[in-house]
Design a protein around this ligand. Structure first.
Ligand SMILES: NC(=O)c1ccc[n+]([C@@H]2O[C@H](COP(=O)([O-])OP(=O)(O)OC[C@H]3O[C@@H](n4cnc5c(N)ncnc54)[C@H](O)[C@@H]3O)[C@@H](O)[C@H]2O)c1
Ligand SMILES: O=C(O)C(=O)C[C@@H](O)[C@H](O)[C@H](O)COP(=O)(O)O
Ligand SMILES: [Zn+2]
Length: 365
């Protein structure tokens, strides 16, 4: 059941994309940010960074904004550990200490951790101040900065607290990806492949034949266009936005498990790639995905992402994490599946036995 017109997402010119009352800029995006800052009528500016984006991305931002002195910087640790209530309290306290008022603007300069944390902190501070995203990872450019989901984790349960609050603008600058480690590039690629799998078989075919270590600009644009089309139709995930959650029921459980148990935990994209393989298996079992397409999806993802030893993970614990998923209905675990490559099928209740079968499919590859 796919209702997105994938053809409308094919474009030659990377024009500004209009979302829910805000723009997503691709061309001269940092100049657009400078003009937004100048004309927005804001009283104060705050830039949220992590330790890496402070080092690699903040200098360029400062330069393009004319090295302003009326900006305060709030820096958190790099990584998922910062998407947590203690760091959120830290951000709120800094805003209070710096004297932020309701006319302040928060500029989230970083990956998905920064846009989720910053978006959440801003959407709740003084009942909501404006924020914009300047995404600096591939994953945040193609996915996290678009669509207005903000949030934090509790005990590594993903995004369990959050809001739907749209940013005032998103500024996508390819230059930032030059310092991004290759592992993080591949993490973002997982969400791009997801966009193809759920809505756009042609895009999936193009991606699977491309060198995904350096995704082209048009691919970033195509992914944003697909995500934006879904979100515009269903901003609060009552219906087809659940398509964007393909791979996430099992993927989030595996991510949580890894965050708790592994020293070098899985990235979001790596976990979602595992989730997509398991959920592709369930799609074959429950939702008409052919055996050939299941094999194709499995091979493409297994070739791109390192194998994770799921055998050591406790299935009961993983099911327990899945029972906390936000899509669930009446205590039943609800997955988004594929009916074929390029077509999704939402609201599939899966039994614990089926989910374990999906996990075992991956574990036994
Ligand atoms: N809100 C949404 O719609 C949405 C969508 C997808 C994912 N997410 C969330 O996003 C998070 C993952 O985001 P992510 O993959 O961007 O992770 P991230 O924000 O942790 O960034 C990954 C790493 O790259 C570093 N980094 C960022 N930009 C850099 C740059 N330009 N150069 C060098 N290093 C840089 C960061 O410091 C970090 O170490 C997860 O928490 C996930 O749940 C949210
Ligand atoms: O924007 C969405 O909607 C998505 O589901 C995109 C996902 O890639 C993203 O990881 C999102 O944060 C998951 O949301 P959640 O509601 O499952 O926590
Ligand atoms: Zn995701």
């Amino acid at each position: 059941m796919s209702t997105i017109d994938a053809d409308s997402c094919k474009v030659d010119v990377m024009d500004t994309i209009e979302s829910n009352n805000y723009n997503i800029y691709f061309q001269n995006s940092l100049s657009e940010l400078a003009s937004f800052v100048e004309k927005g009528g804001y009283s104060r500016f705050f830039i949220l960074t992590d330790e890496n984006t402070a080092k690699y991305c903040l200098p360029l931002l400062r330069e393009r904004l004319g090295d302003p002195d009326n900006f305060d910087i709030i820096e958190v640790n790099a990584g998922e550990e910062s998407k947590d209530i203690d760091f959120c309290i830290g951000v709120w306290k800094m805003l209070i200490d710096f004297g932020a008022d309701r006319q302040s603007l928060l500029i989230n300069l970083g990956g998905g951790v920064i846009s989720d944390l910053g978006g959440f902190a801003a959407s709740t501070f003084k009942r909501g101040i404006d924020f914009v995203h300047v995404p600096t990872t591939l994953l945040s450019q193609v996915d996290a900065s678009v669509g207005g989901k903000t949030g934090i984790d509790i005990n590594s349960i993903k995004n369990i607290i959050g809001t739907f609050t749209q940013p005032k603008a998103v500024f996508i600058e390819g230059e930032f990806l030059k310092t991004l480690p290759s592992r993080q590039i591949l993490s973002g690629t997982a969400e791009m492949l997801k966009h193809g799998l759920i809505c756009d078989a042609e895009y999936w075919n193009q991606l699977k034949q491309s060198d995904l270590t350096t995704p082209a600009d048009w691919m970033v644009y195509r992914s944003v266009a697909i995500k934006n089309a879904v979100v515009l139709e269903d901003p609060n995930e009552k219906n087809i936005r659940k398509s964007l959650n393909f791979g996430h029921t099992i993927g989030h459980a595996v991510e949580t498990y890894s965050l708790i148990n592994d020293k070098d935990s899985l990235s979001h994209g790596e976990a979602i790639a595992i989730g997509m393989i398991c959920e592709a298996y369930l799609s074959h079992k429950k939702s008409s995905l052919s055996a050939e397409e299941l094999t194709e999806i499995t091979q493409v993802l297994m070739n791109l992402y390192p194998r994770y030893n799921l055998k050591t993970a406790d299935n009961t614990t993983l099911i327990d994490y899945m029972l906390k998923d936000k899509k669930n209905q009446n205590g039943k675990i609800n997955c988004t599946l594929l009916s074929k490559i390029g077509q999704f099928n939402i609201d599939n209740i899966c039994t614990e036995e089926e989910l374990i079968e999906g996990l075992n499919y991956y574990a036994n590859l």
